[in-house]
Write a protein that binds this ligand. Structure first.
Ligand code: PLP
Length: 399
């Protein structure tokens, strides 16, 4: 028999890198208000409309025909072909030899990072950014440096030189999300070309989070590195059915990698999820082949939401707002005097019945800001603004 004196067992906790991960501050606010019926929530990034019927019916039909068994690790060949055809319509030829189906955009991003990162690797991320993307490399022991977008009345912008100064030799990967969560910032083709040339020179991988690519207000599809990169370039594109096709709960996405990497991505899928559920993949196939009308309606509604919210918020004294951004589904704004966004968001939940995401959730660069997801009806947005304005009037912020 072992005694404590002779045999010391390690404490029953996760390894230090995992313990050090930050938990989501968006969740922290949501957990404080989710059970309250009087709270109007705008904290999560998802359309408030359901998945289109045609997509749901495809999953139901697949279940009725008992497509309930394990399927190919890289995805149903028919879906991979459909993704290839879809991507080729936007970006020029992208072949199935580069494509794997994943169990969400989050999964695609984690696979990309697992394929690339060693402990101690240096990664650069453009922030403010969806918090998961900054924490995920840390699960693998990598070190994340950030380059902040800059805020002005004209909108959010990336200073190219500051980015290049951070992308020094030895950097393993650049993580970029455009259209961006939380700022809505979109990247120009010229800047993509300059970044690709810089990363090519230094052998740096670009991991492009393209999940808001179709939620773009200036073009039917936002510029992508896939448009300009050769198949053999160090570029990985991660995508999702969640946002454009309104399928957040389905957990389906895809990844595009250089052809030589696809076999190893297959191994990582095998050892993380085995395969995406076949009936969910059946729904994804219909989304891609017949979903364009639904995307167009979603984007139009989001455009209305974006413009409506900007106009109304702009009238609230103390609110500092940039010009409406080109993509995604968020307004990222400041309220005069708010320094601790987490505490302020918690006060809004209890004091105003309003659920927003704290800017601090998106990195230190986001502190002082609030994120409002405008994927909602204009009447709900109006009610939200009314609650914010009322709260600020009754609880003036003192500095
Ligand atoms: C920037 C960004 N990337 C990736 C995702 C993940 O999407 P999903 O895992 O639902 O496919 C999200 C979700 O909010 C996001 O905002």
């Amino acid at each position: 028999m072992h005694s404590a004196a002779t045999h010391r067992t390690p404490p029953t906790v996760a390894r230090p890198e995992v313990q050090a991960l930050r938990s989501s501050k968006i969740r922290e606010v949501a957990n404080a208000g989710m059970d309250r019926k009087d709270v109007l929530p705008f904290w999560f990034g998802e359309p408030d409309e359901e998945t289109p019927d045609e997509i749901c019916s495809a999953a139901v039909a697949a279940l009725e025909s008992k497509r309930t068994f394990y399927v190919q690790t890289l995805g149903d060949p028919a879906l991979r072909e459909e993704i290839a055809a879809y991507l080729s319509r936007w970006h020029g030829r992208i072949g199935v030899e580069r494509i794997a189906v994943t169990s969400s955009g989050t999964h695609a991003l984690m696979l990309a990072l697992q394929a690339l990162l060693n402990p101690g690797d240096r990664v650069v991320a453009v922030t403010p950014l969806w918090p998961n993307l900054v924490e995920m490399p840390k699960v693998l022991g990598a070190h994340v440096e950030t380059v902040a977008l800059e805020f002005s009345a004209a909108g959010w912008a990336l200073d190219e030189q500051r980015l290049f100064d951070a992308l020094v030799p030895g950097t393993r990967a650049l993580l970029l999300n455009a259209p961006n969560n939380p700022t809505g910032w979109t990247i120009s083709r010229e800047m993509q070309e300059a970044i690709l040339a810089h990363c090519r020179r230094l052998g740096i991988w670009i991991v492009s989070d393209d999940v808001y690519q179709r939620i773009c207000f200036d073009a039917p599809c936002a510029p992508s590195f896939l448009d300009i990169a050769a198949p053999e370039d160090r570029v990985i594109s991660c995508n999702s059915f969640s946002k454009a096709w309104r399928m957040t709960g389905w957990r389906l996405g895809w990844i595009v990698v250089p052809p030589a990497m696809l076999g190893d991505i297959g191994k990582l899928i095998e050892y993380s999820s085995t395969c995406a559920p076949p009936f969910v993949q059946a729904a994804g196939l219909v989304a891609l082949s017949r979903g364009e009308g639904a995307i167009a309606r979603t984007v139009e509604r989001l455009r209305q939401g974006r413009d409506h919210l900007a106009a109304r918020l702009g009238q609230v004294p103390g609110v500092d707002l940039a010009a409406p951004a080109g993509g995604a589904m968020y307004t990222f704004f400041r309220v005069d005097g708010v320094e601790d966004s987490l505490a302020f968001c918690k006060q809004l939940v209890t004091g105003a019945g309003l659920g927003l995401a704290p800017g601090a959730a998106f990195g230190p660069e986001g502190e002082g800001y609030l994120r409002w997801c405008y994927a909602s009806s204009t009447s709900r947005l109006d009610e939200g603004v009314r609650r914010l304005a009322g709260y600020l009037e009754n609880n003036p912020i003192t500095r």
